[in-house]
Unconditional design. Structure first.
Length: 295
């Protein structure tokens, strides 16, 4: 029956994923068959959550044993990501969250620029979405793309197992984080569109929250604080609240020297009087060179 089939997909994905984590790999022919079944079932509304979860678990600790590109409609990493990307916009929150988790896990299991770029293209397409709740989910995906296992969102909050990579041991790649922050800050965070500013503010908060130890975040704490400080004058109360939370996270994650500098800078910002901000389509708030060189 349907329930048994769904349970089988969850179980297969979890078992293969855990064996990958333990470096006790299953034969690729078996994995390929499970992935093919899950890929095809992504088109069936009954199995979208279970098939997304199965694919995500399999790709979490080891790259999916598939080519990146393939013929349209046949199984490949890019076609899997495209199907999952379409599910991000589902009106069923459970479907969109399952797809988001699967996309995050695939990006954690393989730190590939091709996978990252395709994933980011899906995420940025939601910049005008007024579904504020989905942006917190997308923000977690952003953090996993930017930070890999270094994102706290990469950890399973339900099932605790012996992860191969602990946050403390993570070797950070600065390029994905730098690229993502520059794009969010330059193209979205201070958009003339209120919905886009809201989206980008939530994304930035999620990245700062889940990637507090990333070197790019730590090195540019003052500039990120400046960005959040400017948002305090936004007319949208949600943006104001998000900005406040971002400032608190930056403060709490810094050392005493950084905390003193952040407080001093924030006091100067507030005492100078907030006049809001006005941008045009040609405005560049953070020019090239901010957060290092653009990759």
């Amino acid at each position: 029956n349907m329930a048994s089939a769904e349970g089988s997909l969850f179980t297969l994905g979890f078992i293969i994923g855990n064996l990958n984590e333990l470096r006790n790999y299953i034969d690729d022919d078996i994995v390929d068959k499970v992935l093919e079944i899950s890929f095809n079932l992504l088109d069936d509304s009954t199995f979208r959550i279970s098939s997304s979860s199965c694919i995500g678990f399999i790709g979490r600790f080891k790259p999916l044993p598939l080519p990146f590109d393939n013929d349209e409609g046949s199984i490949s990493i890019s076609n899997i990501l495209k199907k999952l990307g379409n599910l991000l916009g589902s009106k069923d929150n459970s479907e969109s969250e399952a797809a988001a988790t699967a996309i995050s896990y695939i990006n954690i299991g393989e730190r590939s620029e091709e996978i990252q770029d395709l994933t980011l293209s899906f995420l940025y397409n939601f910049s005008r979405s007024k579904r504020e709740e989905i942006h917190f989910t997308l923000g977690e995906v952003f953090s996993c793309v930017a930070c890999g296992w270094g994102s706290s969102a990469s950890k399973d909050m339900i099932v605790t197992i012996n992860y191969a990579m602990d946050i403390e041991e993570t070797i950070y790649d600065e390029e994905p984080m730098t690229k993502i922050l520059i794009k969010i800050l330059n193209e979205y965070l201070f958009s003339h569109r209120a919905d886009t500013r809201t989206s980008a503010a939530i994304w930035l908060l999620s990245i700062v929250k889940h990637c507090t130890r990333h070197p790019v975040v730590l090195k540019n704490a003052k500039d990120l604080q400046r960005a959040f400080s400017m948002l305090l004058s936004d007319l949208n109360e949600i943006v104001q609240e998000v900005a406040s939370r971002g400032l608190v996270i930056l403060y709490e994650s810094g050392d005493s020297k950084t905390q003193d500098a952040l407080v001093k800078d924030l006091v100067n910002t507030l005492s100078s009087g907030s006049k809001g901000f006005k941008v045009t389509n040609n405005s560049v708030l953070f020019p090239e060179g901010f957060l290092g060189k653009t990759p």
